[in-house]
Ligand binder design. Structure first.
Ligand SMILES: [Cu+2]
Length: 260
């Protein structure tokens, strides 16, 4: 009944509003997939209905077992056309998007305005850490937040993520950003927020009884507001820094070459 449901305001049908610079690449792949799935469904159902109504009691169906050379050639031809045209197109576009954008961490890291964020996922919250003015993680000037990420508009935001218990998944639908967070690995992800505002962060991997509570907020601020916020947050965190709180020092040294 999706077709008859009223669209959410500002969201249209289907996917949530895209507030990221490169999300359109993912949307294009999803839309193309949906288009071809619907197209092929309509063709097949129409064909089937035609056969059902054409071959009534007075017009017995003629059929063969599809084992003739001609039948096999037609089937293989259609299958090859779908595979090479539809799947090939999706595959090539996926690979190019990954190479040029989503997997291009070298480019994101090389941008002077890039913001680096460490995330530690656990049952059932997101601990968040920024390096602060010294650019080094796990030092007293780190900005440390819980269930909250604040970033500037228009800059590449690079996340490195770890989990301390089970598998979680960091998901920001409005930024078309989602990645599993796995114990024993440092996974990473980057995107550029195009619009300011507040957006939901959810855990997208069922991670225990309170999985549904594992949500956080992404706030995208204009660049100048972000600078002001970061300076203040760093000063606050430095004041609250407790050198004896071992659990509080979960950050790690940022590596631009972490595996994915
Ligand atoms: Cu989770």
């Amino acid at each position: 009944m999706l077709l008859f449901a009223a669209p959410l305001e500002g969201h249209g049908y289907g996917m949530p509003h895209d507030a990221s610079l490169d999300g359109w690449r993912i949307d294009a792949l999803i839309n193309e997939t949906s288009f071809f799935v619907i197209l092929l469904f309509v063709i097949m159902v129409a064909w089937m209905l035609w056969a059902v109504f054409r071959h009534g009691r007075n017009h017995p169906a003629r059929f063969d077992h599809g084992s003739s050379r001609r039948s096999i050639a037609v089937v293989l031809g259609i299958a090859a056309a779908i595979f090479f045209v539809v799947d090939g197109h999706l595959f090539v576009n996926s690979v190019l998007s990954w190479r040029d954008v989503f997997g291009n961490f070298a480019w994101a890291e090389s941008q002077p305005e890039a913001v680096r964020v460490e995330v530690n996922a656990h049952q059932w919250s997101w601990a968040v850490r920024y390096a602060g003015p010294d650019g080094k993680f796990n030092t007293p000037d780190d900005i440390v937040l819980l269930n909250e990420v604040v970033v500037p508009q228009g800059a590449p935001i690079i996340f490195q993520l770890v989990a301390t218990d089970v598998i979680h998944a960091f998901n920001i639908p409005n930024m078309r950003a989602k990645i599993d967070v796995v114990p024993g690995m440092v996974n990473r992800l980057w995107f550029t927020p195009k619009e300011t505002g507040e957006f939901d962060i959810a855990c997208a991997q069922h991670c225990g009884a309170n999985h549904y509570k594992m949500k956080a907020k992404l706030t995208v601020l204009p660049r100048a507001d972000y600078q002001r916020w970061a300076a203040e947050a760093s000063a606050n965190s430095a004041r609250a820094f407790d050198p004896d709180d071992k659990d509080g020092h979960w950050g790690w040294e940022w590596s631009e070459h972490s595996r994915i």
